[in-house]
Design a protein around this ligand. Structure first.
Ligand SMILES: [Zn+2]
Length: 240
């Protein structure tokens, strides 16, 4: 296969979101030659039943570094507090600047139909940042960059109105993906009552069944991209 060379940017609300919703997508494309940057808007430091947020934050920082190494991705962590991600212009400019700096061909982030306010905030902040990053009239240190393709990966907390538009074969990197998940205590169990590893491993099987692969991940395309423009129906163009 010819090596790929695009750049993938994934933006998640909490440490671990990038990994569980997009770890397989990152691995798949990095192994094929792409580069990737992952951004954690917060460290998800408020979710531990016994550890103080400051202590858990340090653990989470080590976990995102470890999972970033396993995925072969550059890791950025923003300084916002778990549960308190602010929807302000300052944050939008910060994400806008990251987009202009990283120049992704494809960006993945949360779908807006979420049960978690930080996930909804991330969706909204990123949508606005994509818009401003592409406008030459918005003068920042770096020149404008237009993100051509956005997808919303599958996340158990973001399922309201989400739909599977793309099935991506993840069979060849699935064990590496599980290793990425296991590099976070949250996924291994004992921190949350949610069975992350069981859920995402079983989801890979379910999406694989539906997509015709051993293991697969599904992505949602933005509603505006559902329209296809063509002169003839492809099946009739290719019919012998
Ligand atoms: Zn989250």
């Amino acid at each position: 296969m010819i090596p790929l060379k695009g750049h993938l940017l994934v933006i998640g609300a909490h440490a671990g979101d990038v990994e569980n919703m997009a770890g397989a997508v990152v691995l798949k494309h990095v192994r094929a030659g792409c580069t990737a940057t992952v951004v954690h808007m917060t460290l998800g430091e408020a979710g531990h039943p016994t550890l103080a947020p400051a202590v858990y934050a340090e653990q989470r920082r080590q976990e995102i570094e470890a999972s970033g190494r396993l995925m072969g991705a550059k890791v950025l962590a923003l300084p916002y507090r778990d549960g308190l991600l602010p929807k302000t212009e300052e944050v939008i400019w910060q994400v806008c600047d990251i987009i202009r700096q990283e120049k992704p061909d494809v960006l993945l982030t949360h779908w807006k139909g979420s049960i978690h306010k930080d996930h909804i905030a991330t969706h909204e902040l990123v949508q606005e940042a994509i818009f401003f990053a592409a406008l030459p009239a918005i003068e920042r240190t770096l020149p404008a960059h237009r993100v051509r393709h956005v997808y919303y990966p599958e996340n158990w907390e973001d399922m309201e109105g989400w739909r599977a538009d793309v099935y991506l074969d993840a069979g060849d990197i699935w064990e590496e993906y599980l290793a990425v998940l296991r590099s976070h205590a949250l996924m291994r169990g004992g921190v949350s009552s949610f069975r992350y590893l069981d859920y995402y491993d079983a989801l890979g099987t379910t999406r694989g069944c539906l997509g015709g692969f051993r293991k697969a991940v599904a992505l949602m395309a933005p509603p505006g991209s559902w329209v296809q423009r063509m002169e003839f129906l492809p099946a009739l163009l290719s019919a012998a």
